[in-house]
Design a binder for this molecule. Structure first.
Ligand code: NDP
Length: 383
């Protein structure tokens, strides 16, 4: 029985994780759920799934959540510090990091310091501070189980092969809603068009990242740290059907892939349940429904964000942190319809050129870099 804390239970990953936990009561116990602003859903989840602790990050909503749950046997806390504290509780075995963005970094570090196993959905944590976080996990003997479907696929291909060196990994990308389009088209796309992903239902930020291919760039950096790879061991291939979730090539030339319908519940369940494969009733894949699985090169000159992510990884140090912060600001501005789709890349590129580079950042350097990159990017949004 694993006792689970879900950071970000009201999001796309969080709500699916709750379903997985509820469907496997013999394997999982829900200990903690958290949200940022969505107090209504958090209250409804507390009533339905009966965790022992609830945290609302926005302190202004504390009274509302506490009042609604006053007759329930559940503790209610508020604020970002409470998020950092609940992951350390003795009653938690595993923390699912399903918050979006940089805000996931500190609670993940706290959870690792407290020796909790991590099911990692929050890829931004490894993009911003992959070296620091993976070194800390190693020191503490903590495993980081990937939830991202591509990284879960690679992890599943590696099961039973951990002693065999990887030659390279191949991350698949759907190509998003604008696959095959040129820059003239992208200049005019709207928020509504960008929020329509062909294969996956996800939160708004990752959906925009998928449309701009930044999501794949973040995943490349995430993979580097999760699997201890050199930069030239990571390839990206566009696979529009999203059936092959990623592949590993070993030193004998053999390639292993993991396949399935696009459904995040499977990688969530695999990460929570590892090393067991729990029985599920998720829809099954049939080859006859997909007689053609196709592959293309990603278009790095039109989808510049992916190239910028490769550049940030090559440069190392605090550059991926700068990339991430600038991207978070640019995506929020795009979602508020303050900048166009292609302007997001301009903001990120310019921010990467302006924020001071640090080759070997400490945690404090990452915090400072994130702050500075956000300020610079905000200026670029409003110029
Ligand atoms: P959502 O936007 O759907 O959900 C985000 C969750 O985080 C919500 O519970 C939200 O609370 C909470 N949250 C947001 N900001 C803060 C904050 N500052 N402090 C505390 N809590 C916060 O995101 P997704 O579920 O789509 O994605 C979550 C993470 O998982 C991301 O890092 C994403 O890249 C990754 N991921 C997602 C996939 C997917 O299919 N969705 C696939 C692979 C990875 P509230 O609801 O109150 O705003």
């Amino acid at each position: 029985m694993k006792r689970i804390a879900i950071l970000g239970s009201t999001g796309s990953i969080g709500t699916q994780a709750l379903e997985v936990i509820a469907a496997n009561p013999e394997s999982f116990e829900l200990e903690v759920i958290t949200a940022n602003n969505n107090a209504e859903l958090l209250i409804a989840q507390a009533l339905a799934y009966k965790p022992n602790v609830v945290v609302i990050a926005n302190e202004n909503l504390y009274d509302k959540v506490r009042d609604a749950l006053q007759h329930e046997p559940v503790k209610v806390y508020a604020g970002a510090n409470a998020l950092n504290a609940v992951v350390e509780m003795g009653t938690v075995d595993m923390v699912l990091t399903a918050m979006v963005g940089y805000a996931g970094l500190l609670p993940t570090i706290r959870a690792i310091e407290a020796g909790k196993q991590i099911a990692l959905a929050n890829k931004e944590t490894l993009v911003v501070a992959g070296q620091l976080v993976t070194a800390l996990a190693k020191k503490k003997g903590v495993n980081i189980y990937p939830v991202d479907s591509e990284h879960s696929a690679i992890f599943q291909c590696l099961a039973g092969e951990f002693h065999n060196p990887i030659e390279k990994i191949i991350l698949t990308a759907s190509g998003g809603p604008f696959r095959g389009k040129d820059a003239d088209f992208l200049r005019t796309v709207t928020k509504a068009q960008a929020l329509k992903h062909p294969n996956w239902e996800m939160g708004a930020k990752i959906t925009i990242d998928s449309a701009s291919l930044m999501n794949k760039g973040l995943e490349v950096i995430e993979a580097k740290w999760l699997f201890g790879l050199k930069n030239d061991q990571i390839e990206v291939i566009v696979h529009p059907q999203s059936i092959i979730h990623s592949l590993v090539q070993f030193e004998d030339g053999s390639i292993k892939a993991q396949l399935g319908l696009p459904d995040m519940k499977l990688p969530i369940q695999y990460a929570l349940g590892y090393p067991q494969r729990l029985k599920s009733d998720f829809p099954r894949f049939s080859f006859l429904d997909y007689p053609q699985l196709t592959f293309e090169q990603p278009d790095l000159s039109t989808f510049r964000n992916l190239q910028l992510a490769f550049n940030a990884m090559e440069r190392g140090g605090n550059m991926p942190c700068i990339l991430n912060a600038a991207n978070e600001v640019a995506v929020s501005a795009f979602l508020r319809e303050e900048v166009g789709f292609l302007e997001m890349s301009d903001i990120i590129e310019s921010c990467m050129a302006k924020v001071p580079y640090i080759a070997n950042p400490s945690y404090e350097d990452y915090v400072q870099t994130d702050r500075e990159a956000r300020e610079r990017s905000a200026e670029l949004v409003h110029k």
